[in-house]
Design a protein around this ligand. Structure first.
Ligand code: ZN
Length: 288
């Protein structure tokens, strides 16, 4: 946060410096364009092949083969979810919320991609449907499905409140990944990463730039869908914050489950499509 009363006097040309118009850091025009028409046509032929429910204040994992669709749906009541994505065969490749944010903005919707970490940096998934796309940005600068938050976790909770709470998304994801990958809890914890906050309505306050949340507009039946660009392990936590209208990191909020479903298109529906290769940068970093 910036000092309410800065300690440094502004230079004579401060207003002129501040008036310089911003430029977009990463104009997305040169990114490969996802074949949305192909995805839509394929989705129309798809049938459900797997389903799992993340219970309230718990997480669940599901495998999503490349070329399939992952649907995350609100059931029973307004609820936000924290999503981790891994390369099913190599979990050192995982979702990179920071670069996804840099490329697509603070909140994602249809046509945006979820990118993997360096050095892989390729699209892991593409958003193909978002029933909350009507929300856009509200008067507070808030929007839905953010890549600006991290995940609620017991360490921050401990710092802020002095309590130990065991059903933060970080812990829920850790337990679910430990079970799904059959690895010890401590190993799983190190693989849990910053999330896509599914259905969560968030932004930064205009005056202080602080991360805020507000009651999610999600209602039962709302859904977001992703096309899996590579074989994925998806792990989703039904956040203890419920709709995140008041607080998280406690058992106070009303919480609901979240449904995950995998849909596989009919044979031939994706003809011509190929799973993207890992990033082509040669990794020499200027040496050799
Ligand atoms: Zn959470």
């Amino acid at each position: 946060m910036k000092l309410a009363r800065p300690e440094t006097a502004p230079p004579a040309d401060a207003d002129r410096r501040k008036a310089i118009a911003p430029v977009i850091c990463y104009p997305p025009e040169t990114l490969p364009v996802p074949p949305m028409d192909l995805y839509r046509t394929a989705r129309a032929t798809a049938t459900m092949v797997a389903t799992v429910t993340a219970p309230a204040r718990e997480a669940a994992a599901i495998e999503v083969p490349a070329g399939s669709f992952l649907r995350i749906q609100s059931v029973d009541g307004p609820q936000v979810g924290d999503l981790n994505l891994f390369n099913l065969h190599d979990r050192t490749e995982r979702f990179f919320s920071g670069k996804t944010r840099a490329l697509h903005g603070t909140h994602v919707s249809t046509g945006d991609r979820l990118w993997s970490n360096l050095p892989f940096m390729r699209p892991m998934a593409t958003v193909t449907h978002d029933s909350l796309d009507w929300y856009g940005f509200d008067a507070f600068g808030g929007s839905v499905h953010d890549v600006i938050g991290t995940r609620c976790d017991p360490y921050t909770g401990r710092l802020l409140s002095g309590d130990d709470y065991h059903h933060c998304c970080h812990s829920n994801l850790t337990r679910a990944l430990s079970d799904a990958a059959q690895i010890p809890l401590a190993e799983a914890e190190m693989q849990v990463h910053d999330v896509l906050n599914v259905f969560m309505c968030t932004g930064f306050t205009r005056d202080t730039g602080q991360y805020f949340m507000k009651a999610s507009p999600v209602r039962p039946g709302d859904a977001i869908e992703f096309f899996a660009e590579i074989d994925l392990l998806a792990v989703l936590s039904a956040c203890p914050g419920g709709d995140c209208s008041a607080e998280h990191s406690s058992d106070t909020a009303a919480c609901h489950p979240l449904l995950m479903e995998v849909y596989t298109p009919a044979k031939g529906a994706l003809s011509g499509w190929q799973s993207p290769p890992v990033n082509a940068y040669d990794r020499s970093h200027g040496r050799g």
